[in-house]
Design a protein around this ligand. Sequence first.
Ligand code: GTP
Ligand code: ZN
Length: 383
Amino acid sequence: MSVLPCDSELSQVSTPLWGTVVAVQANFYQVQLEPGLKVGKLKGEGLEEDVPSEHSQPSIIQSVTLLCTRRTRLKKMGQRVMVGDRVVVEEPDWEGERGAIAEVLPRKTQLDRPPVANADEILLVFALADPPLDPYQLTRFLVKAESTGLGICLCLNKKDLVSDEQLQEWTSRLRNWGYEPVLISVHTHEGLEKLSQQLNHKITILAGPSGVGKSSLINELIPDVNVRVAAVSGKLSRGRHTTRHVELFDLPAGGLLADTPGFNQPDIDCPPEELAQYFPEARHRLATHRCQFSDCLHRDEPNCAVRGDWERYEYYLDLLENAIAWQDRLHQQADPESTMKAKTKGKGQTQYEPKLESKKYRRHSRRSQHQALEEVYQDSDES
Ligand SMILES: Nc1nc2c(ncn2[C@@H]2O[C@H](COP(=O)(O)OP(=O)(O)OP(=O)(O)O)[C@@H](O)[C@H]2O)c(=O)[nH]1
Ligand SMILES: [Zn+2]
């Protein structure tokens, strides 16, 4: 802990203290205080105990983390405290490194999976090779990232494993999708400086499939963290059961990075009519042209502005089925009888039978239904 005397800023002596929640463990919150002022002197550094008086010296305290509880009042209000929350801390116990969260500031953004408040950006990491870059999987991740409304930084790692031609091909292909990838190699350090600049002073959520080098990248960006790295083959991916545990790491140049295994298998759980907005190619088309029908799903409707020969249109159609399946499931959960029709049997008994699926969303492939089921199981597994 560094303590810098600073007489000139006496007027700013800070109670309450402000901080950012960097980790949540049961009912405890690690709050990293913003560099600020404290009246008094620190024990254990040859200084006497904290006794505020007119002779007390104010000190700037940098990078102090306090283990905090949440004030009962917040609990009663049902105020949730999330990683990334900006909070007011009261009653700091400097020696015991404890405190109490008295207030949560309004959130700029909020993600529920993973649970992170105030994130600015998603850093989506894929590898150019080993594992091979799969455009469909990349699209799923991109759509999921787009649906959060946060900024997206697409980063392609393992540049050292591919030829210049392949790099060129991927770059121009992704530009056509609407993305400008940052090409890096954690092994050779290429591109890392540019990437670090991109992350400065932001809360960034790291996402990407297993084996692409996320842990290696964290270790490189934050040298004292030491996140486990393993060979691609024979390694269990970081388990789903840690999904809800999110921690923010301090980036040396300012900014926080959240490592979130929970993003490894993105489900497409958005309303079908929103999906096109998550494809930059479709977004651009809709910015200049209109479909004939305002509720067009851009499949086979006449005079559709989105349908066309852009590369990912087939992926759009596929993910649309996922989104429709998700919405059907949601309707079913909300009102189980809505997908059943009543049939009167003899003796006045009523029995429910499944209705045909609603007209508008009738085209389900076996594949999307199968995926939907998998997702249901995943969800129940996690809760
Ligand atoms: N050739 C090459 N290999 C890399 C590079 N970055 C990481 N790797 C290797 O890729 C493998 C996987 O790296 P990890 O950092 O564990 O990948 P991860 O994304 O954290 O994987 P999960 O923990 O499963 O999510 C390791 O063997 C790394 O040494 C790179 O730039 N070039
Ligand atoms: Zn359309």
